[in-house]
Design a protein around this ligand. Sequence first.
Ligand code: CO
Length: 433
Amino acid sequence: MNKAKKQAQRLLNFIDSSPSPWHVTTSIITELEEKKFQCLDEREAWHLAPGGRYYVVRDGSSIIGFIVGSGDLTQHGFRIIAAHTDSPGLRVKPHAAHTCGPMIRLGVEVYGGPILATFTDRDLGLAGRVVIKTGSAVTDIDTPLIHFKKPLVRIPNMAIHMNKEVNEAGLKLDRQNELPMMLSVLQEDLPAQQQFLAIIAHEIGVEADAILSWELQVFDTQPGSFFGPDDQFIANGQLDNLASCHAGLCALLDVDNPIATNMIAYFDHEEVGSRSCKGAGGSFLPDILERISINLDRESQKRALSNSFILSADMAHAYHPNYPKFYDNEHQVVINAGPAIKINANQRYSSDSISEALFVRLCEEADVPYQKYVHRSNLPCGGTIGAITAAKVGIRSVDVGNPLWSMHSARESAGTLDHDYMIRAMIALFRMN
Ligand code: CO
């Protein structure tokens, strides 16, 4: 338990310092650079060395890190762990601040599919990137990240006295009228948006009129925690899917001098369908694989892809004993019982019998328990980046994920043991010849 708890604590710290996809990438870069990974710019020419350690970022929030294998790329190919950097939630609108009676509120858009009710009555912060003007030319811009660590905004619940049915009907929130967040009490002398701009400008140390635009995510400022006897469980925001990102990163950093080219490929925009220049449905991964193998002839490039493997990691629905009717009895996956292999005949998940078997062998090699997850046959099944990525690059793939309660809640929970299990299974992949 001690080693597993240490790994889980590292994960909680990783999440606490990564409240937006841009911060996720930054946290990963920090760890990669400590281990001598070099930054590659997509606009420059690349000169890769055997055994070299590199990373590439696309638009700040998708990142690929890799170690060039010592073996022949044609024969050994790529070992890729894929995951996503984004989490569902609320995003601050451009003209967010507005007055409503005596209050200033911030309007939000819903990003992906969060459980909206979980964002009420929480100590919410804002984080993301701001684009500022730095000079007179059109291209004179900078993109500082912003992270309000203290609670800044709130969505207070309606008192039960005025919402008497809430416990029977559930908490339903109108996205336009009932999600705007309380920022402050109106001060007569300054318009609402200017007050908000002043807060942003002060935080990043610029004049308010330098601010051109932003992508700001709402997050829960409560740090991650352990709970349960012997700290069996962990709770935090964004466990989906930062737990998988962190596990893959730990595995990449654990294996020196691999024979195959080991890679992590983490994409933004999974929660909104992956179709963007930096999403899993875009050209990011194919472009990077092509550039790594650019000195091979076309046939050898294709052979390298055929000799490759993708492990797509995203969280799985842990069995919830209060809601047994939502699970297939024979395919319940349980917290702290190891990674789940996700299987769907309709290819919502990328796993096939071969990739499934391969992951079983990796778990056996790592002495890690594993589980198999299949959604109930009479419920629609979600999807993740596995099938999208596999289709894009033509590489065999398996979809796996650690069991998670309350997926897409502002505060999700999972098992302390499972994180270490997943890291060990991933290390086995990166050690595979
Ligand atoms: Co996910």
